[in-house]
Design a binder for this molecule. Structure first.
Ligand code: SAH
Ligand code: F3S
Length: 460
């Protein structure tokens, strides 16, 4: 008797950074190759995967809430598989399976290549008579961090967006004392430059015009004799690619060679994310960031001299254990000195296993002090952002239309400097470029209107 099996349906929900979004696409690629149909809601799915982040406690609490909510669906359909993947799965491992017995699978970032096989293993175990008799289903944990896994040859499953994330590096060789990433993603592993270029060429042929190269310290990329500046300039020259971005660079590897490529290659966007973390040298040292405020400011000068119109963004942590009020004020000074276009601001969140958690207890900062510092930092950084953006009203910008805006008849896109603009336009033009005059700003984003351009300009 031959059994005709319905294709299984899988749903992937992603939390966290761009690397995770890219990993979500990768998991969908592996599942599609393994015969799964990818669906867009957990209600339709046989397998639900929650792709998680571990960077701060808050990110994990959110996921735990979501997973227990999904258990509601599972009660109605006990055959449904719930998997937790990514950094939090790697960090919590078996403990997650104990705390949440309805979770069937935990898998860290280096397990994705075998995802479809792991799911069939799980299915086999579930079908075994012993498992059927037990109350709790079989659970699987795939938590090996592999030195060799550089995700070579694995295909992302991308939607038909006009922009694409390209992971070129996984893991991190730094040990910033607050950060969990090296423990959940392992050491730095770089993908073959030839494969990266092949992927970009394929995407360009399919109509993608903007790519973002991804890595934890993307600019320390090294493969064979390929450095990051070399890879960046080759990617920038791929036919059909009009915009290249990259994130996140480590300030120490912002080199004259990199800045030269940014200045010379027309498709490299005038945008740089420069995670400062703090504006105080003692704090930077205790964070093991391996640069000083002075050397960071030199990097800012280097970039601004070569690319005067560059938009800079940063990440800042307040209330790192032991940070004094004066040291916090140094961070505010740094913000005022550099005047970042955008800042992602965080309260320090202790992550088990990271060196900073072993600092003396009395150094840990009360949450109301931390909250007050965060609020003050946000006020300063939003104030600066508002001033910079107000001064940009009136500029004429090339905007890549990325998606529909919130209101019907509106579209949303980004400028080369990564600023978000909403304007009246037809969603049929998603993926096209428009010339848009910036008319007003909310502080963070812009409203604009499209200006007519002669038909031959090629930008419609
Ligand atoms: N090099 C990576 C860093 C990833 S984490 C990259 O930029 O891609 C992103 C940001 O989260 C960090 O730059 C840092 O500002 C913040 N962060 C990391 N660990 C944190 C912690 N324990 N508490 C608060 N913020 C943290
Ligand atoms: Fe984290 Fe520092 Fe690496 S912030 S990802 S350990 S560069």
């Amino acid at each position: 008797m031959t059994e005709t099996r319905k294709p299984k349906r899988a749903y992937v929900e992603t939390y966290g950074c761009q690397m995770n979004i890219s990993d979500g696409e990768l998991m969908q690629g592996v599942l599609a190759d393994g015969g799964y149909t990818i669906v867009t809601s957990p209600e339709e799915a046989d397998v639900v995967l929650i792709n998680t982040c571990a960077i701060r406690e808050h990110a994990e609490t959110r996921v735990l809430g979501r997973v227990s909510q999904l258990n509601g669906l599972k009660r109605e359909r006990p055959e449904m598989v719930i998997g937790v993947t990514g950094c939090m799965a790697q960090r919590m491992g078996e403990k997650l399976l104990e705390d949440a017995p309805y979770v069937d699978l935990v898998m860290g970032p280096d397990g994705y290549r075998g995802l479809a096989d792991t799911l069939s293993q799980l299915e086999t175990r579930r079908a075994a008579p012993a498992a059927r008799a037990g109350k709790r289903g079989p659970q699987l944990a795939v938590l090996d961090l592999s030195l060799g896994e550089n995700y070579q040859g694995m295909e992302q499953r991308r939607g038909d967006q006009p922009t694409a994330w390209i992971p070129i590096q996984r893991g991190c060789d730094h040990r910033c004392t607050f950060c969990i990433v090296p423990y959940v993603r392992g050491p730095e592993k770089n993908r073959s430059a030839l494969e990266v270029l092949g992927e970009v060429r394929g995407l360009a042929a399919s109509g993608v015009t903007e790519v973002t190269l991804l890595g934890q310290t993307v600019n320390s990329y090294m493969w064979d004799d390929w450095t990051f500046p070399r890879l960046l300039s080759e990617v920038a020259r791929v036919d059909g690619i009009r915009r290249v971005r990259f994130t996140s660079p480590h300030p120490n590897d912002v080199s004259p060679e990199l800045v030269e490529v940014m200045a010379l290659e027309p498709s490299v966007c005038e945008q740089l994310h420069l995670p400062a973390q703090s504006g105080n040298n003692r704090t930077l040292k205790r964070m093991s960031r391996r640069y000083t405020v002075e050397s960071l400011l030199e990097k800012v000068d280097l970039v601004r001299t070569a690319v005067p119109d560059i938009a800079l963004s940063t990440d800042i942590i307040v209330a790192f254990p032991g940070e004094t009020d004066t040291e916090f004020r140094d961070t505010l000074d740094l913000m005022r000195t550099v005047r970042f276009d955008d800042a992602f601001t965080y309260k320090y969140s202790p992550r088990d296993g990271t060196p900073a958690t072993r600092l003396p207890q009395e150094q840990f900062i009360d949450s109301d002090v931390a909250q007050a510092r965060l609020a003050e930092l946000i006020e300063v950084s939003r104030g600066i952002q508002g001033e910079i953006n107000a001064a940009e009203v009136g500029r004429l910008e090339d905007v890549l239309i990325e998606r529909a805006g919130r209101h019907p008849g509106q579209v949303l896109g980004r400028t080369r400097r990564n600023k978000v603009v909403v304007f009246d336009g037809d969603v049929a033009r998603i993926g096209r470029y428009a010339r848009v005059v910036l008319e007003s700003t909310s502080g963070a984003t812009f409203a604009g209107s499209e200006v007519e351009v002669p038909a031959m300009s090629g930008s419609a």
